[in-house]
Design a protein around this ligand. Structure first.
Ligand SMILES: [Zn+2]
Length: 361
């Protein structure tokens, strides 16, 4: 890319961040800019009907809704990431789960992690999925009794439920409340999968006394020992949303789980290869790899403020006077890339079944 082109593209990304949609800032489907930069710059959702577009790891979100930073039974972590946006059905499911976990499962309340960016899409850091507003991370640490500060939320410690240095749940950290919460999430018919560490799946396989047919929805995956991940089915009537194939019917407690433990077994370090390794060109998703509708989502008109698109906002919230952005509306920090990757599904999903973006450059 020439210098002048680069400057112009940076200008367009900045304009997008401000919610400007003047024609000079519009993106087009052939745009060479990495899609994660374009979607990572969008600070507000489109002012349009909600729709999840494309696949969990290759798509975007129109008409996103934010879960408020604080609710009666939840607090949202990592405010600087601005990833508390989802399909309204996901937002209301999280509200319901937190309410029921509080009432029935012994949880003071839930700490909510990433959902999606305001317009979904690929992210500058972290997840390969979470692109269409139908994936959400929930922490396995209960919500404290006090309201956490902005900084405490950004720096919240990752408290694993595994015994240190092992792949197994620590009986001093794991409680029946953890099991109840995960299985409650799996019990909602609109939830398609729940991702947990293989050690957690093993514990549930060995001890869950409720409806065991729900275990098929609880899928083992890397990471996910200090938080778990809920994936919803495509909402009915959203034709642009691409469902994942249903998980296999069986509990997944037998061979598939054993294979996970084998995969995660520590192995002796490989000897370095003698042949020099050819450097490979970094690859990334561009707008061409996403549904066409995602270009329109990037160019779409913004809502007037974050508050106007929050769960519980009054009807026609766009018509109210724009309010001062809350502390949680602070722009993503320039050093956002410093966030370490918290999960990446790219190397464990069978190719051809689920389109997954290549390694981050
Ligand atoms: Zn996740």
């Amino acid at each position: 890319m020439k210098d002048s082109e680069l400057r112009f593209n940076l200008f367009r990304i900045a304009a997008l961040a401000l919610g400007l949609t003047i024609s000079a800032t519009s993106v087009h489907a052939g745009d060479p800019i990495p899609a994660k930069q374009l979607f990572g710059a969008a600070k507000l959702p489109t002012r349009s009907d909600p729709e999840s577009l494309g696949f969990y790891a290759k798509g975007c979100l129109a008409g996103g809704m934010a879960i408020p930073a604080d609710g009666p039974t939840w607090q949202v972590l990592h405010p600087s990431r601005n990833r508390r946006w989802g399909n309204p059905r996901m937002i209301s499911l999280l509200e319901r789960l937190s309410r029921e976990a509080h009432a029935e499962d012994g949880w003071n309340g839930l700490l909510l992690g990433d959902i999606s960016q305001p317009r979904g899409g690929p992210m500058l850091t972290g997840h390969a999925s979470h692109q269409i507003g139908l994936d959400a991370d929930i922490w396995l640490t209960p919500m404290p009794n006090r309201r956490l500060s902005y900084q405490e939320r950004d720096d919240f410690p990752e408290n694993s439920v595994l015994r240190r240095g092992t792949l197994y749940v620590d009986p001093n950290k794991w409680t029946q409340s953890h099991a109840n919460l995960i299985m409650r999430a799996a019990s909602y018919p609109q939830v398609e999968r729940v991702f947990v560490h293989p050690g957690i799946k093993k514990k549930l396989c060995e001890s869950w006394e409720g409806n065991r047919s729900l275990l098929s929805k609880v899928r083992p995956i890397y990471g996910h020992h200090y938080h778990f991940h809920i994936r919803m089915k495509c909402p009915p009537g959203q034709a642009g949303c691409e469902d994942q194939v249903n998980p296999p019917d069986d509990s997944g407690c037998g061979k598939p789980l054993a294979e996970w433990f084998d995969r995660l077994k520590p192995r002796p370090a490989k000897k370095p290869e003698k042949k020099p390794v050819k450097p490979t060109k970094p690859t990334y998703l561009t707008l061409k790899s996403l549904p066409n509708a995602c270009t329109a989502v990037l160019n779409g008109r913004s809502v007037t403020s974050m508050a106007a698109a929050e769960y519980g906002a009054p009807a026609h919230a766009d018509d109210v006077t724009p309010v001062t952005e809350t502390a949680f509306a602070s722009p993503q920090t320039a050093d956002a890339t410093a966030f370490r990757a918290i999960e990446d599904f790219s190397d464990l999903v069978p190719k051809g079944v689920i389109p997954v973006p290549a390694e981050r450059p």
